[in-house]
Design a protein around this ligand. Structure first.
Ligand SMILES: [Mn+2]
Length: 497
């Protein structure tokens, strides 16, 4: 009964929240456009006046034959221009007196739009991105060619155009810079990625110009979330948290993993998050020990743990949440033992976060708590070495944002505005013992822990929450039952189905 009352209050709140959220953004720009402008302004300050910055949208990816994957915009272009339309190019020229921001978009094409949907008009693109100067993508080559030849672009010959003067002067001195987003360097024998190919062609033609990589600048900006991004990220994690609860309600003995996945992804779409932020991991029983298990095809049995790692992409921002819970509603004693080790380790990680500190502090605090816990349970015999790596196999702190493993520099100190996860996991795969090098020490270790390993065999537990560091301290953005008591209480509620 209480449950029903609680649900209808929840529904009412959801309704109120959605009414507030659909309030239309004024056509003359709003929070998003202001934020996009501020992001570009910060980048331009760092680029300098003799720079031509160019960012390209991501290419379409083929799924199979003539079918494509759902389009995913390049995160850096999306961050700076706010459009997820393909064949888009963003140009920034910080030294210009006007036209400092230029956007190139696809030309209208009724036939293509019949197949693939509406393409932004120039005025829609202006309103969406806050960029006033918009050309068609077909004009990009003439634009670059004009600049390379010391000519202003799109200016009648008789008119006096001064807006490109600073850059053209740099071109004349042979000091012009072309700033591109190179991303990761490919291996010497690897195919040249498209951006490297573009840079090579520019280098051949643009006499005297220097190619520079703006990736660290843009990724450095992305590392600290703006107030607007923080607000979207909060909402993103509210949706993901609701989805996890829906998944918990769908998890019962006899149901299939995919039913839980369906409940979770239904909740994303029902709340306006148009896609998962990454492929959902829904692994029960032994599958909980497979880090990137993605089949979701097993029927869950009474006594199983279910590990769910899933989060929504809401307006381009993705959190990251993992919960592990018993499908029968109650943890066994063995499951509780491992769960407490993982939960205590996460708490130790949270205590290690401070402005001015580093992600490495979190890694260290979590690892040390895991070592102590595993030693206490008898799963390792020596807490000083690397034995614990047998059961503790991945890092625990990564940034979140436009990418679930977001851009950022892990050597840069934490500051207010950084968003990240802490996600310790312990996975008891007996086969891990077989993979240890055959040494006298390892033989002794294996003999000592084998009976304990059998007690905990096939238990995989990860607990992951999304955090935002603010001037006031650490804020937990995810909100899903987390302690053993909270989970058992929640799982005892009558399932909604
Ligand atoms: Mn993660």
């Amino acid at each position: 009964m209480r449950h029903r009352g609680f649900q209808s209050v929840g529904t009412l709140l959801t309704l109120l929240v959605s009414v507030l959220l659909v309030t239309p953004i004024p056509a003359t720009g709003g929070d998003v456009q202001d934020d996009l402008k501020a992001r570009r302004a910060r980048l331009m300050e760092r680029l300098g006046g003799d720079t031509l910055f160019v960012a390209f949208s991501a290419p379409l990816q083929v799924y199979s034959r003539d079918v494509e994957y759902e389009y995913r915009q390049d995160s850096n272009l999306w961050y700076l221009a706010g459009t997820d339309q393909e064949e888009t190019i963003l140009v920034l020229m910080p030294g210009n007196s006007a036209r400092r921001e230029i956007l190139f978009i696809s030309e209208p094409n009724p036939r293509r739009e019949h197949w693939n949907g509406h393409l932004l008009t120039k005025s829609e693109a202006r309103a969406l991105t806050g960029i006033d100067t918009v050309y068609y993508t077909t004009e990009f080559e003439p634009f670059v060619t004009a600049l390379m030849n010391g000519q202003p672009f799109d200016t009648p010959r008789q008119a006096v155009a001064t807006d490109f003067d600073a850059y053209l002067a740099a071109v004349g001195r042979g000091q012009a810079r072309v700033s591109l987003l190179f991303g990761r360097r490919p291996a010497p024998s690897a195919e040249l990625p498209a951006i490297y190919e573009f840079a090579r062609r520019m280098r051949d033609r643009f006499v005297g110009a220097t190619m520079v990589d703006a990736t660290p600048l843009v990724e450095g900006l992305r590392q600290v979330k703006t107030p607007y991004e923080q607000q979207v990220l909060r909402r993103s994690l509210e949706i993901s948290s609701d989805a996890h609860r829906a998944g918990m309600q769908a998890a019962v003995p006899g149901a299939y993993e995919y039913e839980v996945e369906a409940a979770i992804e239904r909740a994303y779409l029902a709340n306006g998050a148009m896609s998962p932020g990454y492929p959902s991991i829904v692994g029960s029983g032994p599958n909980a020990t497979v880090l990137h298990y993605n089949k979701s095809s097993r029927q869950m049995q009474a006594g199983d743990l279910l590990l769910v790692d899933a989060a929504a992409n809401y307006k381009g921002l993705t959190g990251d949440i993992t919960r592990t819970y018993p499908v029968s509603g109650r943890f066994t004693d063995a499951q509780k033992d491992i769960y407490r080790v993982v939960l205590d380790a996460q708490a130790a990680g949270m205590r290690a976060v401070r402005a001015g500190g580093y992600p490495a502090d979190v890694e260290q605090a979590v690892a040390s708590a895991v070592r102590d816990g595993l030693l206490r349970l008898g799963l390792i015999t020596d807490a000083s070495g690397d034995q614990f790596r047998t059961w503790y196999t991945h890092g625990v702190c990564h940034f979140i944002g436009m990418d679930v493993h977001d851009a950022g520099d892990y050597k840069r100190p934490f500051e207010p505005g950084v968003a990240f996860v802490i996600e310790p996991g312990v996975y008891i795969r007996e086969a891990a013992l077989e993979m240890l090098p055959d040494t006298p020490e390892n033989r002794a270790f294996i003999a000592a822990v084998r009976p304990t390993v059998q007690r905990y065999r096939d238990i995989g537990i990860r607990v992951e929450d999304s955090f935002l560091l603010t001037a006031q301290g650490l804020v937990t953005l995810s909100d899903v039952p987390r302690t053993i008591e909270d989970i058992e209480r929640f799982m005892a509620r009558p399932a909604a189905r």
